[in-house]
Each structure stands twice: as structure tokens, then as C-alpha cells.
Ligand binder design. Structure first.
Ligand code: NZQ
Ligand code: ZN
Length: 388
């Protein structure tokens, strides 16, 4: 049964290869002080940065910048950005980049006017903002996280070896996001594929929980089929606009709260992956890829019917004459073949994890109640060891 819920997503999207032209209209809704936030330089290389500066100048905006937002943005960087945003009396934060830049901008939006220590308030005590929130707009250059249409903002604290996501409410979600698939075409293949697996896993995290017959799971199956199809095209031809645009659109729907409506969710692969990320600073999607199959093979017996359904509905495995167990195993094998086609990282060792980190990674893994099995700490360690 589909549970009771409220669904509302306030982010306005502009999608397509002309989507940047709508930025001018959006800018009219905000004051003149714009803070441009971007990463390590890909936006300069692509020329997007210079195009934006031109547009902002034409619209009469005063621009300050936070540059060098790193993948897996840190708490130190957040503090640095907060000072710049305050000094600039920022009216709008314009995030130009991937999930890291978008997440960072949302974290910044609730930190600029926060009287408290943002890390303690939002990431340790998980409190909600009670200060003025600076609006955020996104121009996305990498498909994967769904950050462009959700309230998630993941921040890493290297001192305490914790990578934590706070899912903020509607008032922190981007006011608008510009999604131009062409901007993603300069991504290295490694990042494109990491993003693709992130999308797949977001859907799996919401799919592998519960046995009820609900529309959300049917939507998830459609999204997964589209992603698998388009990813196989994109991995062979990264300039295929149709495939890249479908991947970008799937990423947004995979994590904008739609497919979790009315059902329980899992999220344990992300809890494991985030803890790995805190230790290694590895690419988010690859941390998920490395732990996924050991995790799913471990919980499969507890959610056998759903894993069998996954095999048939997502991977097209024929059900004829097979037990649920056989089907479930075939489904995961099909996923493994696809993951290898994409060249995903399939072991934690390849991400720099060493045996002596396992205990600490287990300590940093938040154990959630969803999915088909609440893991014990020993089981977390077992899965991490299997992922080596
Ligand atoms: O920094 P630049 O130079 O821009 O390079 C980036 C970065 O090195 C590069 N890149 C991005 N767009 C590019 C490009 N290079 C060439 N051409 C382009 N068009 O790609 C690298 C990775 O970018 P990043 O933003 O870190 O990747 P992603 O989008 O995967 O974001 C990862 C972060 O998002 C968090 C992750 O934990 C991680 O911190 N997540 C956020 C979520 C959310 N808001 O809901 C959910 C996710 O599960 C995830 O946890
Ligand atoms: Zn993710």
C-alpha cells in the first residue's frame, strides 16, 4: 500500500541546450549582489564562467566569487565561503558545477546568517535553520547527485573523519536550476560513469525497501531502465546528446523526493560510501560502486521477492522455471556486468582503503533502519571486508 504523504518540490527547472538564456529572467527576482560559486576550474576551461560573467554584468549585478570548491566540500571551505558571502552582503548564491558545488552552496545559504557553528548545528545536532536563508540558483555541469532539485548538502570534516549529509527543507532547495546536458559533455569518462552509478544507486536505495505494490517502485523501474539504456550509449559515445540528456533528467528524478513517496527507503550503501569518502576523499559514485554488490548480496535473502522483481523488471531476466533466489542472483549478476561495462571501481582497495581503516570506516557508518535488514556493526565490517 502506498502510505500517506505530502509532495511538493519548489525548484523551477530549465532544461535543454538553450536553458541558460532563462537566467536573465531569473536574475530579475533577486538583489544585485551575486555570489558566484564554482569548483576547481572546469567552468573556466569550458568557457561557461566567462559567459556567465558577461551575463551578470549585463544584468547589472555586482559579483563576488568563491572558487575552488573541492569534490566532497569541507567544513573549512564552508567557513571561508561564509566570510566572503557576508562581506558581499549576498542576495543570491549562483552555484555553477556538480553536486559538490550545489551542496556547498546550500550549506553556505544556511550558514551566512547563522550565529552558531554551522557544522555543530546542522551536521552534528541536525537542527534546522532558524536564520535568514540566502537563495540559491544552480547551473549544473555534472549529472548524478540530484542536488539541483533537492535539499541535500553533504559536508566533510577531515579532522573528525566524518562525511555527513543534512537534507534541508524546501526553503533551502534551489530556487531554480539550469540543466543543459551539453555542459556535462566535458566531464572525464570516470566522472560521467561515477555520476551514472550514483543515479542508479539513488534509485536502488529507495527501491530496495518494502514489499508493497506502489507506483513509486514502478516509476523507479522505468528510471532504471532508461538509465541503463542511455548509459550504454553514452559510455561508447560521450557526445551523444540524446543519451546525455536522458541521463541528466533521470538524475534529477532519481533524487528529488518523488520515488520515495509513500514508501520506506534503505540508504545503507550511501552510509557505507560516505564513511569511505571521509577516509579516502574518493569520488562519491565510486565509493558506492565498491560497496554495492557485497551489500546487496548480503541483504538479498531478506528481500528476496524484491530482488527477483528487480531482475525481471529492470534487467529483463526471464522468470520461467526459476526460483526467487535464482532470479535475484541473476539480477545482481546483470547489474555487475553493467557496472563492469562502465568501468566502475569494484573494490575499496582501488580507492585507497587499507585493512587498518576498516574499523574506523565502520564507526563512521550511520546504521539506518530501512531496507530489509538492520545491520550490526559486525555485519558492516563483514560487508566492508567483502568490498576490499
Ligand atoms: O571542480 P571542477 O573543476 O568543476 O571539477 C569537477 C570535479 O573535479 C568535475 N566536473 C564537474 N563538472 C564538470 C567537471 N569536469 C569537466 N567538465 C564538467 N562539466 O567533476 C569532479 C566531480 O565533481 P563533483 O561536483 O564533486 O561531483 P558530484 O556531482 O558527484 O558531487 C559529489 C558530491 O555530492 C554529494 C557527494 O557526497 C559529494 O560530496 N552528494 C549530494 C547529494 C545530494 N545533494 O542529495 C546526494 C548524493 O548521494 C551525494 O552524497
Ligand atoms: Zn549519491
Amino acid at each position: 500500500m502506498l502510505g500517506n504523504f505530502c509532495y511538493h518540490n519548489p525548484t523551477k527547472l530549465y532544461f535543454g541546450d538553450d536553458s541558460l538564456t532563462y537566467l536573465r529572467d531569473e536574475l530579475k527576482n533577486y538583489g544585485s549582489n551575486v555570489l558566484l560559486v564554482y569548483g576547481g576550474g572546469s567552468v573556466k576551461k569550458s568557457g561557461l564562467y566567462y559567459e556567465l560573467l558577461g551575463m551578470l554584468a549585463k544584468c547589472g549585478k555586482n559579483v563576488a566569487e568563491v572558487s575552488g570548491v573541492m569534490p566532497n566540500p569541507t567544513v573549512e571551505k564552508l567557513i571561508e565561503g561564509t566570510a566572503i558571502a557576508r562581506e558581499h552582503n549576498t542576495d543570491l548564491i549562483l552555484a555553477v558545477g556538480g553536486g559538490s558545488v550545489c551542496d556547498y552552496s546550500k550549506a553556505l545559504s544556511v550558514s551566512v546568517h547563522c550565529a552558531d557553528d554551522p557544522w555543530q548545528k546542522y551536521y552534528i545536532r541536525f537542527e534546522e535553520p532558524d536564520c535568514r536563508i540566502v537563495p540559491v540558483g544552480c547551473i549544473l555541469t555534472m549529472a548524478g547527485t540530484g542536488s539541483e532539485m533537492n535539499g541535500g548538502a553533504v559536508i566533510t570534516n577531515h579532522d573528525s573523519k566524518l562525511k555527513i549529509g543534512h537534507v534541508f527543507g524546501e526553503d533551502v532547495m534551489p530556487k531554480f536550476s539550469i540543466l543543459n546536458p551539453r555542459y556535462t559533455m566535458t566531464l572525464p569518462k570516470y566522472q560521467m560513469c561515477a555520476g551514472i552509478y550514483d543515479i542508479m544507486n539513488h534509485i536502488c536505495e529507495q527501491y530496495f525497501s518494502g514489499e508493497d505494490d506502489n507506483t513509486s517502485d514502478y516509476i523507479s523501474e522505468g528510471l532504471m531502465r532508461s538509465l541503463i539504456h542511455s548509459s550504454r550509449i553514452a559510455v561508447n559515445n560521450m557526445q551523444d546528446y540524446e543519451a546525455r540528456s536522458n541521463i541528466m533528467w533521470t538524475a534529477t528524478w532519481a533524487l528529488n523526493t518523488l520515488v520515495s513517496r509513500g514508501k520506506s527507503t534503505d540508504w545503507m550503501v550511501h552510509m557505507l560510501g560516505q564513511s569511505v569518502g571521509a577516509y579516502t576523499d574518493a569520488t562519491h559514485g565510486m565509493t558506492l560502486a565498491a560497496v554495492s554488490l557485497p551489500y546487496y548480496r548480503f541483504i538479498m535473502p531478506f528481500g528476496l521477492k524484491k530482488f527477483a522483481r528487480f531482475a525481471v523488471e529492470v534487467w529483463g531476466v526471464s522468470a520461467e522455471g526459476k526460483t526467487y533466489r535464482e532470479l535475484a542472483e541473476e539480477g545482481l549478476s546483470a547489474m555487475e556486468i553493467w557496472m563492469k561495462e562502465l568501468g566502475l571501481v569494484m573494490s575499496l582497495r582501488e580507492l585507497g582503503v587499507t585493512e587498518d581503516m576498516i574499523e574506523g570506516i565502520a564507526d563512521g557508518t550511520f546504521i539506518l533502519e530501512g531496507g530489509y535488514k538492520v545491520l550490526s556493526r559486525d555485519e558492516v565490517i563483514h560487508i566492508l571486508k567483502e568490498s576490499m
